[in-house]
Design a binder for this molecule. Structure first.
Ligand SMILES: Cc1ncc(COP(=O)(O)O)c(C=O)c1O
Length: 324
């Protein structure tokens, strides 16, 4: 992922555009709770995988803010970048379709012979896919700029949405989610969330306080602490002691693209106890992190614990290591 992260000035903060269905459900998960060692009534799943647009997922809440900026700027084309199986890219394509805009997705890698997973959905939504081959964050950023110039040359107005959809303004989407959670479960003790480009966790920290939010690092960015700090610094009226932030690096394994044994086990457990499917890159790592924390006592048996299901299931069908 790119290491740049825009801090958005106040003047560029229009009201969000509604793209999803809110509030998302908060469901009890008694069988999963028992399987991981929590009391039956101590675990809830926040179903942001059911957020409505384009197969759902956490990126919808962030896109409500970044797309509002695009509309305010009179954009004709949304441009973003990501890994080939980027859920953010898929949802950017879906948001563009919903808003009557075009989309260009700059994907880091080689074009596969047969599109699978998110790529099928990108193409169904009529996104134009641009493949970079092996590319650094900087090379990807330059390709995004080239595509923006191309849109301009063709008479359009491009709007670039950051890699992963994260900036300090997009993070407001998860301040909104915090409000939903506080209404649905006022006494919650912990929320567990996958950390990729960071705005989901940043918004939750802003809305719920650092001591209630546990981010499980997926290895997507090189310096997640710096990323989180930068996002929080860019949010208005957020005061967080850096020492209170909880970011867990225990589930990265061999790296972002690898499926760890703990993630595979978490996918099986969620499917077999609650009929809930997870993706191997984000949500399975997050549940594996929750399980590890219950096992070592950092999450206590009776703690009211929310697992944030951030979506991403299409990625399972595009993953090179796709198997049960
Ligand atoms: C399914 C899923 N969950 C969680 C995340 C992490 O969200 P964020 O990038 O805001 O940290 C992502 C990001 O790509 C995602 O696709």
């Amino acid at each position: 992922m790119t290491e740049q992260c825009a801090v958005v000035p106040a003047a560029a903060r229009p009201a969000p555009v509604v793209l999803g269905s809110w509030p998302t459900p908060l469901e009890r998960a008694p069988r999963l709770a028992a399987a991981v060692g929590l009391a039956d009534d101590a675990l809830w799943v926040k179903r942001d995988d059911l957020s409505g647009l384009g197969g759902g997922g956490n990126k919808v809440r962030k896109l409500q803010y970044t797309c509002a900026q695009a509309l305010a700027a009179g954009a004709t084309t949304l441009i973003t970048s990501g890994a080939p199986q980027s859920n953010h890219a898929r949802l950017t394509a879906a948001a563009a379709a919903r808003l009557g805009l075009r989309s260009v997705l700059v994907l880091q890698g080689e074009e596969p012979e047969v599109p699978a997973g998110n790529l099928v959905l990108d193409l169904l939504a009529d996104a134009r896919l641009v493949w970079t081959g092996p590319a650094t964050a900087e090379q990807t950023r330059r390709e995004v700029e080239r595509q923006a110039d191309k849109v301009r040359q063709d008479g359009g107005i491009p709007h670039v949405i950051p890699h992963g959809g994260s900036n300090s303004y997009a993070a407001q989407g998860y301040v909104d989610c915090s409000g939903e959670l506080l209404a649905q479960l006022p006494g919650l003790d912990h929320v567990i969330v996958a950390f990729g480009s960071g705005a989901t966790m940043a918004g939750l920290v802003a809305g719920l306080g650092a001591e209630r939010v546990i981010g499980i690092d997926t290895g997507a960015v090189a310096d997640p602490w710096a990323r989180l700090s930068e996002l929080l610094d860019g949010m208005p009226d957020v005061r967080v002691r850096r020492a209170d932030l909880q970011l867990d690096h225990g589930q990265i394994g061999a790296g972002y693209a690898a499926v760890t044994a703990a993630a595979r086990e978490a996918m099986r457990l969620a499917a077999r106890t609650e009929g809930i499917f997870l993706d191997p890159t984000y949500t399975a790592r997050a549940l594996a992190g929750l399980i590890a924390r219950v096992a070592d006592g950092r999450i206590k048996r009776e703690d009211r614990t929310v697992f944030l299901h951030t979506g991403g299931l299409p990625g399972l069908f595009g993953h090179p290591d796709f198997r049960a």
